[in-house]
Design a protein around this ligand. Structure first.
Ligand code: DX5
Ligand code: ZN
Length: 222
């Protein structure tokens, strides 16, 4: 069943020179998760941060750390990300040949497990693993960079995944990531998403705007 809309600011759009303060600010502004994008320059054409930065950020928020791993191979790094403070670890369906093992590794280490689908990846990649997952992430841009435009064709995928998740009777978050803003958030939720990742749309305007930005994304009057 679709749950209340939750907002996960992606700190990729935060001020990297002040990440601790930025994480505190969005936590106080009403965020539900802290979305942390990890990129390796190999699976995606960009490099970001690793477990040491996540461990340094951990004392700055009580919110769950939602760690989106855009790295391959991924298995060797999972224990480090979880001991650094990741509560949810999402891996890409395209990142390895043994996804069942990867998901089990995440769960064995005590974190919640998510599976991400690139815009060009079919829903079929999720189906054999749905019974183990806590979260499915639909990428609505090609991963690698913040500030890209939402790909409208992904709405159909969100709708189909909503139906698949509802048929399981398990509580699985349906998260959408990339190009979400106040203009398209309602469509994404109407299609079945219950967690919206938002980098640019959260951090636009500076710290005074974070609460209003998050409220607007959630669909409430500011
Ligand atoms: C893209 C990342 C996203 C992205 C979101 O690879 O996974 O989390 O930074 O940023 P916006 O909301 O700016 O598209
Ligand atoms: Zn992300």
């Amino acid at each position: 069943m679709q749950q209340n809309t939750r907002i996960a600011p992606s700190i990729l759009s935060a001020d990297f020179a002040a990440l601790g303060a930025e994480v505190r600010a969005v936590s106080e502004a009403g965020a539900d998760y802290i979305h942390i994008d990890v990129m390796d320059g190999h699976f995606v054409p960009n490099l970001t941060i690793g477990p040491a930065v996540i461990a340094a950020l951990r004392p700055h928020s009580k919110l769950p750390f939602d760690v989106h791993l855009m790295i391959s191979p991924v298995d060797p790094y999972i224990p480090d990300f979880i001991s650094a403070g990741a509560d949810i670890v999402t891996v890409h369906a395209e990142a390895g040949a043994h996804l069942h093992r990867t998901i089990q590794l995440i769960k064995d280490q005590g974190a919640r497990a998510g599976l991400a689908l690139n815009p060009g990846t079919a829903i079929a990649a999720v189906e054999p693993l749905l019974e183990y997952l806590d979260l499915v992430l639909v990428m609505s841009v090609n991963p690698g960079f913040g500030g890209q435009s939402f790909i409208p064709g992904q709405l159909a995928k969100i709708r189909q995944l909503r139906a698949l998740i509802d048929a399981t009777e398990r509580k699985i978050d349906l998260q959408v990531d990339g190009g979400i803003n106040v203009l398209n958030a309602a469509d994404v939720v109407a299609a079945g998403a219950d967690v919206l990742v938002a980098g640019t749309a959260t951090f636009t305007g500076g710290v005074e705007c974070y609460a209003a930005n998050i409220t607007a994304l959630r669909g409430n009057a500011v």
